[in-house]
Write a protein that binds this ligand. Sequence first.
Ligand code: NAP
Length: 512
Amino acid sequence: MLRRLHSGFWALGVAFGSCSVPRFYSSRLGSELLRSQAYIGGRWLDADGRAQFPVLDPASGQQLTAVSDCGPQEAREAVRAAYNSLASWKAATSKERSNLLRKWYDLMLKNKDELARLITAENGKPLKESLSEILYAASFLEWFSEEARRVYGDVVPTSSPDRRILILKQPIGVASIITPWNFPSAMLTRKAGAALAVGCTVVVKPAEDTPLSALALAELADQAGIPAGVFNVIPSSKSKTPSVGEVLCTDPLVAAISFTGSTATGKILLRQASDTVKKASMELGGLAPFIVFDSANLDRAVAGALASKFRNTGQTCVCANRFLVQEGIHDSFVEKMVKAMQRDLRVGSGFDELTTQGPLINERAVQKVESHISDAVSLGACIVTGGKRHSSGATFFEPTLLSNVTTDMLCAQEETFGPLAPVIKFQTEEEAVTIANASNVGLAGYFYSSNLAQIWRVAEQLEVGIVGINEGLLSTPEAPFGGVKQSGLGREGSKYGVDDYLEIKYVCFGGL
Ligand code: NAP
């Protein structure tokens, strides 16, 4: 099966013709980690009726391969497999679990180039960014392999001399994990690393657009010796996803649901999970403000803006979505930003090493960017650079900057998730903070200033879970990642990342 699939992968040729990627790039795609079936209970299995769905190359729209299309039946099987392996996995010592996570981490590093090529093939991001994602993803396995040994409880002084109070931390049980396409490896390891570290078992449903990275990680988990049933992956197509999601949120054997994706989907999952009162961890959408005050170091602000806005072609949940620039520095910022965009950003296939901007994930994503631009222009915004689909075709889009943007425009109110930088001019610090906080979501927020008092004030006032001060890229395994308001519940990474997978138990020892 595997061999047939591999040759199919080559035969399909990863047809990059329409985006002018030389054919030899297809031979750079690894095949050792390419898997097409679901991974349930330590076995590679077809979905019922051998159902499959195609995985597409976003740079060309061509089919890369096809993978098993799991439905509710496979979801229930995977939950059962995770449940059956729970008792022995949580009984393992933390050192045993730590060692296995460390082996998984080592294997990710050993296979980093191949894993990166899979991301670029199915997601489209530039190979250099895919490699960064793999290192970032692996860092969560390393981090949680270390944290596994530091899940401490407490002994608390009591007011009764004949009693002792103990507080234990125990794994919650089976966790359902639903991940998005924009970081197909890192969003998985950030959740699964924490869950496995503390003794939970998991069922992962990756996004339809990017199942290959999750399946490759299952293969490496298997090679690392993670026991059968501890880590399960069930790919599914968009048409089956709602029914799979329903099983993952309602099955009584599941104790927790962890999701990264849109706020709209998060609300559906929360509603479904409420009936059986599951613990929920939600990493949802944002609308990151990026504020540049008059006192900012302009060059640093432009460099930070470029990094924050255009990583993954603007498709990250912590991407700067609204640029708020103070009037004294506004014109110079726009001028320098446009120069930097035209000089440093290059649109093309992710396999071309000069590319910094790959394709958007699909046609729907392009249409959203277009709709934000046309809405803004119809309300008085000016296109300073970009503004339309890129000549490479498919889902490529020109990096775009809009000036004269006002807060009533769609691009200032909802996440664009694409290469669009809308610039709003403001006069006072109070005005900037008011605009920044006028949203029902609050994931990341950035600002550039060299005024120390202002730095403290604004950092404390921004209604977000993550603040970047004179810094445009913030994610790291040591720091907690998560949002406030409708951007989510819980924190991932850091020493807090295990909390979503733990129960606290109070043990009263009496009659002493
Ligand atoms: P999405 O539609 O919510 O999809 C995310 C995941 O949820 C995919 O695996 C998707 O599967 C699945 N899904 C969709 N509907 C579902 C349902 N009814 N039941 C169960 N699962 C369901 O989001 P997206 O448009 O792909 O991703 C972009 C959004 O994610 C943005 O808003 C972004 O801000 C957010 N995001 C947040 C973070 C964070 O850490 N806070 C990180 C990345 C992305 P299918 O692909 O099969 O539909």
